[in-house]
Design a protein around this ligand. Structure first.
Ligand code: FO1
Length: 300
């Protein structure tokens, strides 16, 4: 078994390859939930949904969010009626948010709601939210302290971030299911996701760092030079006090990493790192990188 730590961009591209080179029951993914948000009364868990839709074979891989060929009838009508739905939600996608919101309002843990939804979609991998209580990444900007999704979608990531914070009522705790998956794994792979908004929220769940201490941990850099492979990682790294680079990424993970993987093109050399083509611009490249990662774990 391999456990992956994943956000909604970057790591799912690696998971697409992993599906093809591993027994799918041997894949566990602990997914960031700090970008979750209640919209129009329903519960969106963008990173969990991206991973779930990927494994279900219905992910829109043009955008890497939402369902392929979804329609937006309800979103368009809700907007016309005057609801400020700043996130574009597809009709099929919304059905998932409605179902999950209903399960959670009835007291179900996010972990169990995710399991039910994954079963309905025929997902064979083990998809695990990082925690069962609400935690939100917020950014301090000229518009005030706003939800990460407000920054990324409404403001299109175009305003300056002064500070990144995580807001919660109850300190987030790693789930028993997540810790059991790590325990049962030969290795843990920190995928090439945004270190600040995707990976740190997972690592900050109580119990997570301790669980990783005795494990073989491989981390993939989401940077090539100072350019993130996707998303707003650069601005967030700077705002959180880290260099927007591979070295900054490794520093951010604070000594948990046994083997660091960088892109072959990355000019910022990290000592003892392993170099592969990590761009994953198509499925074939995802499969090739997945083979390399599995090879590293077998060699260990
Ligand atoms: N990203 C966008 O840039 N624009 C959108 O309208 C948008 C809608 C959306 C709906 C559901 C969902 O699960 C994700 C969605 N995303 C959208 C992606 C999302 O905001 C982020 O890319 C992820 O949270 C990054 O981890």
């Amino acid at each position: 078994m391999i456990t992956f730590l994943s956000g909604g961009t970057g790591t799912p591209k690696l998971l697409r390859g992993m599906q093809k080179v591993m027994d799918r029951h041997e894949i566990s993914v602990i997914v960031n939930t700090a970008e979750d948000i209640w919209i129009s009364g329903n519960h969106i868990s963008p990173d969990v949904d991206t991973v779930m839709y990927l494994f279900a074979g219905i992910l829109n891989t043009d955008t890497w969010w939402g369902v392929r060929n979804d329609t937006f009838t309800t979103h368009d009508e809700i907007t016309r009626l005057g609801v400020d739905e700043f996130i574009k939600i597809g009709d099929m996608d919304r059905a998932v948010h409605v179902a999950r919101g209903e399960m959670m309002r009835n007291g179900m843990r996010l972990t169990n709601a995710t399991k039910i939804l994954c079963d309905r979609f025929g997902v064979r991998e083990n998809v695990l939210p990082m925690t069962d209580t609400e935690v939100t990444t917020q950014v301090q900007t000229e518009l005030g302290l706003i939800h990460f999704q407000e920054y990324w979608i409404r403001a299109k990531g175009k305003i300056e971030i002064q500070k990144v914070m995580r807001n919660f009522n109850v300190p987030p705790v790693a789930t028993d299911e997540g810790l059991a998956a790590i325990e049962a794994s030969d290795a843990v792979v920190i995928g090439p996701s945004n270190p600040i908004t995707s990976i740190l929220p997972i690592l900050s769940c109580d119990g997570m760092k301790e669980a990783l201490k005795d494990k073989f941990v491989i981390a993939l850099s989401p940077f090539i030079g100072e350019e993130p492979i996707s998303g707003p990682a650069g601005a967030l790294m700077r705002a959180a006090g880290f260099a927007p680079s591979s070295i900054g990424t490794l520093n951010c993970y604070g000594g948990l990493v046994d083997l660091f993987v960088q892109d072959v093109r990355d000019p910022v050399k990290v000592d003892h790192s392993v170099r592969f083509d990590t761009l994953m611009t198509d499925e074939e490249k995802s499969v090739a990188l997945a083979h390399e990662i599995v090879g590293l774990i077998k060699k260990h």
